[in-house]
Design a protein around this ligand. Sequence first.
Ligand code: 5GP
Ligand code: MN
Ligand code: MN
Length: 326
Amino acid sequence: MSSLAVIAEVIKRAGNVLICGHIMPDGDCLGSVLALGLALEKIGIKATMAGPDPVPAVYAFLPGAEKFVSGDPPEGNYDTLIILDCSVPERLGKGYRELAEKKDLTVINIDHHHGYNPFGRYRYIDPSAAAVGEIVFDLLHLMQVRIDSAIATCLYTAIITDTGSFQYNNTTPNTHRRVAELLECGAPAAQVNIRLYEEKPRAALLLLGKALNSLKISTCGRVSWMTVTLEDLKSAGAVDEHADGLVNYARSVMGVEVGMLFREVSEGKYKVSFRSKKAVDVNRLAALFGGGGHPRAAGCVIQGELEDLKEKIVSAAILAAGGSSL
Ligand code: 5GP
Ligand code: MN
Ligand code: MN
C-alpha cells in the first residue's frame, strides 16, 4: 500500500495517463474516471478516460462522457495507467488486464473494495471509503487541483450512486462534508438526481414489472430473489443497464435481510447481485461463488442451469441469514 500523498506526487509527475475502471461501469466508476481525467487535463497532463464497456445512457450527461473511450485500451504512448474502482482482474477486461502487467508502465490502483487487489506498483485501497469518488476528491486536494463544477458533478454522481443517495451505512459525516464542498464547487445536485432517478426509460419500468412478478421469498422470510431472463429483456425492449437497481426491490421487503437478482447475461450465464440490510456479509456470500464486492452489496457471475444455481445460492443465502429452509 502507498499513501495517497505519494500517489498524488507520482501522478503529478506523469506525462501521459490512461485512466480506466471496471466492466459494466457504474456511477462511481465513471464519475471517478471522468473527474480524475478532467482534473489532469486542467493541470496540463494528457489524460485518456477509458474502460472496457461503453458509458450507459443514464450517465451520458456526465461532463467528459463524450471523451470516454470504450473497448480495448486505445493506442497511446502512456507512461501511467490508473485503475479505479476495480479489485479483481476479471472485472478489468482482457485488454486492460494485459496492460496492467506491462513492466514499462507505472500502474496505480485506487479502490474501496474488500479483498484482493493485485494490480499496480502503487496501491491505495480504502474499504471504509463509501465511493472511489471520495478518494479521488481527497487526491485532488492533495494535488492542489481546484474542483470546478464539471469535476464536482462527476464526483457528486460517484458518491450519490455508491451510497444509494446516502442511505447505506457506508455514508459517514465525511461523506457529507465532501459532498457539501462539491455543492459549493457547483455540482448541480437536483439536476443530477433528476437525470439519475426521474428520467427512466419506459423499457426500464417494463423490466421492473417483470422482475417484481418473479419475486420469491423464502419460507423463513429472510431471503428474497428475483429473476430476469434474456427473454424478459427482449420483450421489455430493455438492455442490461435497465436492470441496475432492481435488486434493491428484493431487499426492500419487510423482514428480508438478503435480496438477490439473478440476471441472465448470455445463454446459461448469470450475473447474481446480492444486497443485505444489516447483518449478512454478502461480500463473503458472493465469494463462495467466485465473486466479491462490499459487505452490503456484492456480485458474481456464474454458469449453469438456472434452477440448480438458484437452489445452491438461495440455500447459501438462507444459511448466512440465519434462516432455516427454502
Ligand atoms: P452490482 O450487483 O451492482 O453489479 O455490484 C455490487 C457490488 O459488487 C459492486 O461494488 C461490485 O464491485 C461488486 N461485484 C459485482 N459483480 C461482481 C463480480 O462478478 N465479481 C466481483 N469480485 N465483484 C463484483
Ligand atoms: Mn463500481
Ligand atoms: Mn465503487
